[in-house]
Design a protein around this ligand. Structure first.
Ligand code: GDP
Length: 296
């Protein structure tokens, strides 16, 4: 579909072999292609700008080595900078707090919160032998609480019994109390989303946070989100304060730009990725995979 960045830079720069160092002019031409590749990968504009500035600073004056072609050299600089921005170390979910540890999942409607809640609960139950309680705080979408209950049955993870008429904050408080009384190691709160960010959503998230003091607040976001990824991540981080990001639908054919945008504006680690609808399709985040997608 797209020429790889490697090919594009090759055709611009590889004629330069034998010259001493990359000039401003060579780098400017290369950066136009880098910028195009990032925009095609759906990286947000403001992030593209900062990113290309950093690449420029590293590329201007870089010695052209005999062993490596100039196009490849710029690709390497871009690749290394992508990895540095995406975060080179895997950061695990932090469960290091007195039980019951509260994990709060936030995000827009349809981003994959409920599915990810089920996947994460299953993973922590099976791999870390944790006793997990899941609770749906979504009282707006009638089927949401039932959806989580069914996932709990499928995965063998306990869900908080549904009591009709309770509001989200009330359910959250009840979930934490039930986890305490029931000897659970952790409780995962699946909050309600909206189709877009609005004030009532942020107020509700802040109320739930104040009531339950979550140890982790994970923003669940669709990897196919385009330019909106920056606003989404920034709003949730500024208003609620996230501790990490779970990127869903990485199995889709997106080019991974949302990951770079969200990480760049919040500085918060991408902790996990969703790679399918099944309950075991949750994996650790490897920045090089996303970097390769962005490079095309
Ligand atoms: P919520 O509204 O944020 O709770 O979103 P849901 O968890 O209900 O997910 C919405 C849809 O996305 C469902 O059909 C899920 O099966 C699907 N989904 C969630 N995560 C992934 C993923 O990583 N890959 C794919 N292909 N589908 C996913």
């Amino acid at each position: 579909m797209f020429d790889s960045l490697q090919d594009r830079l090759g055709s611009i720069l590889n004629g330069l072999t034998g010259r001493g160092a990359l000039s401003d002019k060579d780098v400017a031409a290369a950066l136009r292609e880098v910028r195009r590749a990032l925009l095609e990968a759906d990286v947000a504009l403001e992030v593209v700008r900062d990113f290309t500035d950093r690449v420029r600073a590293k590329a201007v004056g870089a010695e052209i080595l005999k062993s490596i072609r100039p196009g490849q050299m710029v690709v390497k600089i871009v690749h290394d900078e992508l990895i540095a921005t995406l975060g080179s170390e895997q950061v695990a979910i932090d469960l290091n707090a007195p039980a019951p540890v509260v994990l709060m999942m936030v995000g827009l409607q349809g981003s994959g919160k409920t599915t990810t809640t089920g996947k994460l609960a299953k993973r922590l139950t099976e791999r870390q032998r944790k006793k997990v309680l899941m609770a749906s705080l979504d009282t707006r979408r009638p089927a949401a609480q039932e959806q989580l209950r069914v996932l709990g049955e499928q995965t063998g993870v306990a869900t908080l019994p549904i009591i009709a008429g309770q509001g989200p904050v009330e359910i959250a408080a009840r979930a934490k109390q039930a986890a305490k009384l029931g000897g659970y190691d952790l409780v995962i709160l699946d909050t309600a989303g909206r189709t877009h960010i609005d004030e009532p959503l942020m107020v509700e998230m802040a109320d739930i946070k104040r009531t339950t003091e979550p140890h982790e607040i994970l923003l669940v976001a669709d990897s196919l989100t385009g330019q909106d990824a920056v606003n989404l991540a920034r709003s949730f981080d500024e208003r609620v304060g996230i501790t990490g990001i779970v990127l869903t639908r990485v199995d889709g054919d997106g080019r991974g730009g949302a990951a770079l945008s969200m990480r760049a504006v919040t500085g918060k680690p991408i902790k996990l990725i969703g790679t399918g609808e099944k309950m075991d399709a949750l994996e650790d985040f490897h920045p090089s995979r996303i970097a390769d997608r962005i490079l095309g």
